[in-house]
Every structure is written in structure tokens, then in C-alpha cells.
Design a protein around this ligand. Structure first.
Ligand SMILES: [Fe+2]
Ligand SMILES: [Fe+2]
Length: 360
């Protein structure tokens, strides 16, 4: 006999019954004995049995009460209980099962039957424990792998974002800041967390399509030819084409595709209007314009945030979604002292401003 043998607690107020059960089950189990309900409860606090053989009719506290107390304790509720009693009426048998017992044996019992039932429930209990352990282990593994995949995904998004910006040194950090503005607006609008996550990622990648635009055009400070400007205006489509191949639970590619669309249809590249434009893209549009206007350009210094806000407000309802503009104004007030709204780092680039700039 060793510690790995199942431990059975026999609860009965009659010594003869206890001895009988010990005799029937001897050989492959360890035993604990309690001659009253309170003693049984005290026993399980010290040593956890694999199974309890529980008499019903006992002075002080009957077996049903013992069972009820065990089942109400989350730490003990899954211990298998078999009632073993002289109460043979079906109402008691039903009550026993309803209280959570795994079995109900009536006295007088047959030794072989008791052995078989105990063996069955011990095996089931062990299998259940093994399955629970395996589930916990699998859940831990899934958690670890998910965290790793998320980390890799975020690192990939950051690398793609940096790669896109490396072509145009004037726009360093632009996508990062647009992402921050857009998330602040989305939070202010109380969007669900998965939408905010989509906006965060789309913001980091919204101008990735510019990698298809020649560097000589991107970096030129002066006015552009119409053909050059038109090429730049296709960058949301290029971005969409890159991103649509990446499996994602969110419409990242579509958000990027529509980030220069305007409510009145004067945006690009598709000229969508109103409800045709994703809310996430409407948020991105406001964040993009605010960031671009308030950033430094080679041919002009950065405008004050107030100037950028006036631009947005003056186009509220025709270019920009009123709810999005209002949310931006609210978080602008709320976070006035915070760097993200009041003091963006210098940024420039002739094509970052999609509203009133040279490229449109
Ligand atoms: Fe853009
Ligand atoms: Fe942008």
C-alpha cells in the first residue's frame, strides 16, 4: 500500500458497518474513517479523499447535510460521494443524486456490487482528474502560444510601419501618432476593444502603400505634377493590396483603403460617401489630418494644434463625420496636457495632409 492508492473515507456511526465495508474493500485502497458528520467534514479539511462512502442516518448531522456542505465548498465539491444507506425509498435515492452524489447503494448490499461501484467511480474520478490536469496544461500552452503570436504580430506590424516611413524621413513617427490619435478618438466614442485594436493596427500601417510611390516624389518639397499627385493618391489602394493578403479578424485592409475618403465623396481613391465609409476609416481620416497639419513640413513650420482643430471643425459634416470630430474635440479637451494631443513631435512630408494639400 502506498500514497498512490486511492483514499476512501467511510462515514458511518455504526462500527459494524464500517468494519464490513473495510473488509469488502480491503487490498487496494487506503482508508479514513469518521463516525459522525462533523468528523467527516473535519477529516476532508486535513486529507482529501478520492471518494466518500457516506451513511445517511446519523445523529448530530445526517449524510445529506454532510453532502450539502461538501458540495457548497468549491475546493471540495468535486470529491465523489456514494451514499450507502438503509433508506431505500425512491425519494431518498432521488434526493441523493440531486445533491450531487455519484451513486446510491442501499443496505443490505452485496460485496461484489460495492467493490464494482467503488472501483468504477474511483476510475472515473482519476480519469476526470487527469483530464482536468491535461486541460489546464493545454490552456497554459494556448495562452503562451497566443501571447507569442501576438508579440510576433505586433513586432511585424511595427517593422512594416518603420519600413514604410523609412522611405520618407519627414514622416518618421507619423503612422505611430495617427494610430495614437485614432485610438484616443475610438476610446472616447466607447468603441469595443476589438475595434480599437483594429484601429491601432490600421493606424500604424495606413500609409504603407506609399512604398509603391517613388522616393523622389515622396521627398520632394516643392509642388508636384498632376501625374505625380495622382500616383500618391493611389497609395490607399496599394496599402489595401498589401494588407488584404494578411489573415485578420479585423478589416485592416479596408480601413487603410478608405482612410482618405470623405463624407461628401470628394476623397480618394474610390470617392465613397457617407455610410459607404467604415467608421474606423472616418476616425483614421480625422487623426491623419490633425497629425499632418500639426506637423512640420520642409516648406512650412508645424501649425498650432488649434489651427489643425479649426480645419477639422470647419469641414465637420462635409468631409468629416460629426461624431468623430466631436469625439476628437472631447478627448482634445480631456487630454490637453498630454503629449499625444497637445504636443506632437515634429513631422513633415509633402503628402501627409490629405485634406487641403498639394497632392489632392
Ligand atoms: Fe495616407
Ligand atoms: Fe497619413
Amino acid at each position: 500500500m502506498n500514497d498512490k492508492n486511492p483514499l476512501i473515507l467511510i462515514v458511518d456511526d455504526t462500527t459494524t458497518n464500517i468494519d464490513l465495508l473495510l473488509d469488502v474493500l480491503k487490498g487496494q485502497y487506503r482508508f479514513g474513517v469518521a463516525k459522525s458528520g462533523p468528523r467527516a467534514l473535519s477529516f476532508v479539511q486535513k486529507k482529501r479523499p478520492d471518494l466518500i462512502l457516506l451513511d445517511v442516518m446519523m445523529p448530530d448531522m445526517d449524510g445529506f447535510e454532510v453532502c450539502s456542505r461538501l458540495k457548497s465548498d468549491p475546493a471540495l465539491a468535486d470529491i465523489a460521494i456514494i451514499f450507502i444507506t438503509a433508506l431505500t425509498e425512491s425519494k431518498y435515492i432521488l434526493k441523493g443524486f440531486e445533491m450531487g452524489a455519484v451513486d446510491y447503494i442501499t443496505k443490505p448490499f452485496k460485496a461484489t456490487e460495492v467493490r464494482a461501484r467503488v472501483q468504477t467511480h474511483i476510475s472515473l474520478q482519476r480519469m476526470q482528474t487527469a483530464l482536468n490536469r491535461q486541460n489546464i496544461h493545454l490552456e497554459e500552452q494556448v495562452r503562451e502560444k497566443t501571447a507569442l503570436i501576438r508579440e510576433m504580430f505586433n513586432a511585424t506590424v511595427s517593422a512594416m510601419s518603420l519600413m514604410a516611413e523609412s522611405l520618407d524621413p519627414y514622416t518618421a513617427g507619423h503612422q505611430q501618432r495617427v494610430s495614437q490619435y485614432a485610438c484616443a478618438i475610438a476610446k472616447q466614442m466607447e468603441l469595443p476593444s476589438d475595434k480599437i485594436e483594429a484601429i491601432r493596427i490600421a493606424g500604424l500601417l495606413h500609409d504603407i502603400g506609399k512604398v509603391r510611390v517613388p522616393v523622389s516624389i515622396l521627398n520632394r518639397p516643392g509642388p508636384l505634377l498632376k501625374a505625380e499627385a495622382n500616383l500618391i493618391r493611389i497609395h490607399p489602394y496599394f496599402g489595401y493590396n498589401f494588407l488584404k493578403k494578411i489573415p485578420s479578424p479585423w478589416p485592416i485592409a479596408d480601413i487603410v483603403y478608405q482612410h482618405h475618403e470623405r463624407l461628401d465623396g470628394r476623397g480618394y481613391p474610390q470617392g465613397l460617401t457617407g455610410k459607404q465609409i467604415l467608421l474606423e476609416s472616418k476616425i483614421m481620416a480625422v487623426a491623419d489630418v490633425i497629425e499632418a497639419i500639426s506637423s512640420h513640413r520642409p516648406y512650412r513650420p508645424a501649425h498650432e494644434m488649434e489651427y489643425a482643430i479649426n480645419e477639422i471643425v470647419s469641414h465637420k459634416g462635409d468631409s468629416f463625420d460629426p461624431d468623430v470630430v466631436n469625439a476628437f474635440l472631447e478627448c482634445s479637451d480631456k487630454y490637453e496636457q498630454e503629449e499625444i494631443i497637445s504636443n506632437p513631435a515634429p513631422l513633415s512630408g509633402p503628402f501627409a495632409n490629405p485634406l487641403i494639400t498639394e497632392e489632392s
